[in-house]
Design a binder for this molecule. Structure first.
Ligand code: BGP
Length: 471
């Protein structure tokens, strides 16, 4: 018999968004251009310029969040609203906007969980080399983060440094974010090293200079356990490689201040020459997180790879459908799992496994900053969406999360993706994730009105019962 433990009192039930996917107003009130503003996803999908127009509707939307019962709201700050050029001149209107937004959350007793950087790098920085320009980026990122701590740190107690550093590293190799730019593994891993340093510097600064704010700070990677395609020792080894390359390479160095040795050996074998400089060890040693936040959509399954280090194409892949590292592992379909219409496998038990592995590895509290299912949806005659599939998805994941709590995993907060419909990072507005429907189509803006889906009322009830109705 497995007796389920209850969720702790004060558990933060929330929901999630990111600035560029929800706000719109992409050139309003002094905002500068970011790499995602220039992303070209073709005619089929909308761009990010209007999104859900949260920028103008945040008061009404936060009121709905409060009706949903949200105890936390995980969102990101748009770097180019604060610093249009990434550094230098500050945009007061950007500061005012986020001050108002945070005050609105405080009014409804919703805990702000703030991502400092969620994919939308200022274009002005990218033009100067972006994350490959170490000096520029270490300075710009710490300066930007400092501005956020100074202006919002009295009310924000949970900070997330970088959203999905690991995915960013992978999708840049595939060429998804910066228009027309497909970066080499050498460049992507070098950029990732600079992000790791920037993150450590920001964590150190927060702990040292903003101690009196009594907040916490951590990374927000996308963590997914790798399964071996079979019990063949070669496949088990491939899964071990995959877990390093997708997960531990990023979290080990963040938590332990030292790179995973298997990752270092891969760099050597693959002729990837990371520019480790004197003093890097000390930076990494001194900027360790208080918790680990992570996004979870699915596990992934791999088999042994041919011993060939030439980088493959990875065309058509995205952050969940697979990722190969030549010589290390090759992604395969898991025949035991169903997938959503976009090919993302659905694995609630894998969620429990991932929580257990992550917690046992570092013994740091964890926070879930994304989890959800993207679906094409339309309003029905009753002006709602009967999204039973989403309810099922969450029900199954929440049951496994409760089992993980019973296993002893310390979880602070759960923030499904997303609070409200927004623009998908790859498939425009037609791939919806929200509890709240936004009445617009890919290119027809309609009236942008908000409607609660069936899952809204279901999640409202879950929160009322502190999750303990799921058994
Ligand atoms: C994560 C990102 C989010 C969001 C989500 C869903 O990787 O952090 O920004 O986009 O995936 O992805 P998509 O929108 O491509 O379905």
């Amino acid at each position: 018999m497995f007796k389920l433990e209850n969720y702790p009192k004060g558990f933060l039930w929330g929901a999630s968004t990111s600035a560029f996917q929800v706000e719109g107003a992409s050139n309003k009130d002094g905002k500068g251009v970011s790499v995602v503003d220039l992303a070209n996803h073709g005619k089929e999908y909308c761009d990010f310029s209007i999104a859900s127009d949260f920028y103008h509707n945040y008061k009404e939307d936060i009121k709905l969040f409060s009706q949903l019962g949200m105890k936390s709201y995980r969102f990101s700050i748009s770097w180019t609203r604060i610093y249009p050029q990434g550094n230098g001149e500050i945009n007061q209107k950007g500061i005012d906007y986020y001050n108002d937004l945070i005050n609105e959350l405080v009014k409804y007793k919703i805990e702000p969980i703030v991502t400092i950087y969620h994919f939308d790098l200022p274009w002005a920085l990218e033009e100067q080399g972006g994350w490959a320009n170490r000096k520029l980026m270490l300075e710009a990122f710490t300066n930007y983060a400092k501005t956020l701590f100074e202006n919002f740190g009295d009310r924000v107690k949970y900070w997330l440094t970088i959203n999905e550093q690991n995915i960013l590293t992978m999708v840049n190799m595939i060429g998804l974010f910066v228009p027309g730019v497909k970066k080499s593994p050498q460049l992507c891993y070098q950029e990732s090293h600079v992000m790791t340093l920037a993150q450590a510097l920001v964590i150190k600064m927060y702990h040292k200079d903003f101690k009196n704010q009594k907040g916490k700070i951590g990374p927000a990677p996308n963590i997914a356990m790798a399964y071996p395609a079979s019990a063949k020792p070669e496949d088990v080894l491939a899964a071990s490689n995959a877990n390093v390359m997708r997960n531990w390479m990023y979290t080990d160095v963040c938590v332990n201040g030292k790179y995973n040795p298997i990752a270092l050996s891969y760099f050597k074998q693959a002729n990837i020459d990371i520019d480790f400089q004197t003093g890097d060890d000390e930076i990494l040693e001194n900027g360790k997180p208080d918790f680990i936040a992570f996004n979870y959509y699915s596990t992934f399954t791999v088999k042994a790879a041919e011993p060939n280090f030439e980088y493959q194409k990875n065309n058509g892949l995205d952050q969940q459908t697979g990722f190969d590292v030549p010589g290390m592992f090759v992604s395969v379909k898991n025949e035991n799992l169903k997938a959503n219409e976009y090919g993302w496998e659905i694995d609630p038990i894998g969620f429990r496994t991932t929580l257990r592995e992550l917690y046992s590895r570092y013994l740091l509290p964890v926070m879930i900053t994304e989890n959800g299912i993207g679906v094409r949806e339309e309003l029905n005659q009753n002006n709602t969406v009967e999204d039973d599939y989403r309810i099922d998805y969450y029900k199954n994941h929440l049951l496994e999360m409760r089992k993980a709590i019973t296993d002893g995993v310390e979880i602070i907060s759960y923030n499904p993706w997303t609070a409200i419909d927004l623009v998908s990072s790859h498939q425009g507005f037609q791939k919806r994730y929200g509890f709240i429907y936004v009445n617009r189509d890919e290119h027809d803006l309609k009236d942008m009105k908000r409607y609660c889906k069936k899952s809204f009322y279901w999640y409202q009830d879950v929160i009322k019962n502190n999750g303990n109705s799921i058994k």
